[in-house]
Design a protein around this ligand. Structure first.
Ligand code: HEM
Length: 399
């Protein structure tokens, strides 16, 4: 208990130091086209693109948050990172994947992706966030089968949680990456693996962990319905019980929920998702001064310009993949109710406090949880197909 109290005090101190920076931050005047600040991207041959701390600078929400049945309850055990690929659907599906899957058929695949991504991220570092979110929205809806990339005969891209929110430019970036892979290894690498490997490399180039993703996924043949997307993608208004239940439905536990929420260390939010936190009244989730700044950017709601406006998710280091998200949550300067809700259960609160203090631990758990997420309901072996173009099932290519 004494150690927990000291940790909590330390977290508060760190958060207090950075708070004025956040409150005084110049907010992005988004155009719906992504994070626009331009960090110094030193060509760094090994790891990240050299993004450092110095670069700081749908309609209505798709489902009310109270409908789900109670979650799994709270665990108060010790919080060492979970090991293995986990239980439930995630664990069961891991079978058909391996680390060297393209070792003989396309050994250059990760090199090709990294070459492409370095160019893409140099032009717009926000693409890393766009691609990470695409992986999340693909894997949570009928598994990691690249169904989100399909535009015909039907598409998930216009489903309520995705419409005008999943970055069109990031979808195009994945098409570009896939075309570069096809030029060297035709008909070999799936779009599902292209999403997962691109996410792995985008996280690495943004300063995050190097995640040992397995490959061998195959592509789905059809997109999910709007209702299936709505049923599976959590809206940002969920309370902690419903949020835990949403993740549990995917075979993901509280550790996964907290670590994966750390993905909000990069990227943007449209004002329509921010508005419920600041109008008609300011949510108790938010620091008041921070909320007033958000109000200046996002209000009045229902204004056509404001509808396209975006804010950063992490106002300290918006393009750096680090653990500042957890400091933001504790300082009440994280954007969504679902971010703040992580402090409303003892198990998730303890994890937020740990990761706010300990970036290596966050990186370790984020890697393990991303691997679990990357194995949700995958197609392997002879299932599905290897799409030539990610937008189109092969049978429709010449139709
Ligand atoms: C825990 C439940 C989650 C909720 C309720 C949630 C909700 C949201 C919302 C509403 C946005 C703003 C989108 C926009 O305005 O265009 C967003 C952005 C984002 N989310 Fe989440 N998210 C969750 C989990 C995750 C997970 C698991 C990841 C990945 C590991 C993730 C990664 C991102 C990223 C990177 C962005 C920024 C996207 C961009 O800049 O284009 N989120 N999220």
């Amino acid at each position: 208990m004494a150690m927990a109290a000291i940790l909590a005090m330390l977290v508060t101190c760190v958060a207090m130091i950075s708070l004025p920076m956040i409150l005084g931050a110049v907010f992005e005047s988004g155009d719906g086209n992504g994070v626009k600040d331009n960090p110094s991207l030193s060509a760094n041959s090994g790891g990240s693109l050299g993004i450092t701390k110095s670069d700081s600078a749908n309609q209505k929400v798709w489902r009310a948050g109270e409908g789900a049945s109670p979650g799994s309850g709270t665990s108060t055990g010790s919080f060492t990172p979970a090991t293995g690929s986990g239980g439930g659907r995630a664990g069961a599906a891991a079978g058909g994947l391996s680390e060297g899957f393209y070792g003989s058929s396309c050994p250059q695949v990760e090199t090709i992706i990294e070459q492409q991504l370095r160019v893409i991220l140099q032009a717009d570092i926000g693409q890393a966030a766009g691609i990470l979110r695409i992986m999340f929205h693909d894997c949570f809806v009928q598994g990691c089968d690249a169904s989100l990339l399909l535009v015909r005969p039907t598409t998930e891209q216009t489903a309520t949680p995705n419409n005008a929110s999943i970055r069109a430019s990031s979808l195009r970036a994945l098409d570009t990456i896939k075309a570069a892979i096809e030029a060297v290894c035709p008909g070999v690498v799936s779009c599902a693996d292209t999403i997962v490997l691109s996410t792995k490399i985008a996280v690495k180039l943004s300063g995050g962990p190097i995640i040992p993703m397995r490959t061998g996924r195959r592509d789905g043949l059809s997109a999910a319905s709007n209702q299936t997307v709505v049923n599976n993608i959590p809206p940002p208004t969920l309370n902690i019980t419903a949020l835990k239940q949403n993740f549990q439905n995917q075979g993901l536990d509280s550790r996964d929920l907290v670590a994966l929420s750390g993905g909000h260390t990069i990227g943007r939010a449209h004002c329509r998702f921010v508005d419920p936190q600041i109008t008609p009244t300011i949510s108790t989730d938010l620091n008041t001064a921070f909320a007033l700044n958000l109000s200046r950017i996002c209000l009045p709601a229902n204004n056509s310009i404001k509808a396209r406006q975006t804010t950063h998710l992490d106002f300290i280091t918006q393009n750096l993949f680090d653990n500042s998200y957890f400091q933001n949550v504790l300082s009440k300067v994280a954007i969504f109710h679902t971010d703040a809700a992580l402090t409303n259960a003892s198990d998730t609160l303890q994890l937020v406090q740990l990761y706010a203090q300990n970036q290596p631990l966050f990186f370790q758990q984020f890697s393990q949880s991303m691997i679990k997420m990357s194995q949700l309901n995958i197609l392997t072996g002879q299932q599905g197909e290897i799409r030539k173009k990610c937008t189109t099932p092969n049978q429709y290519l010449n139709a």
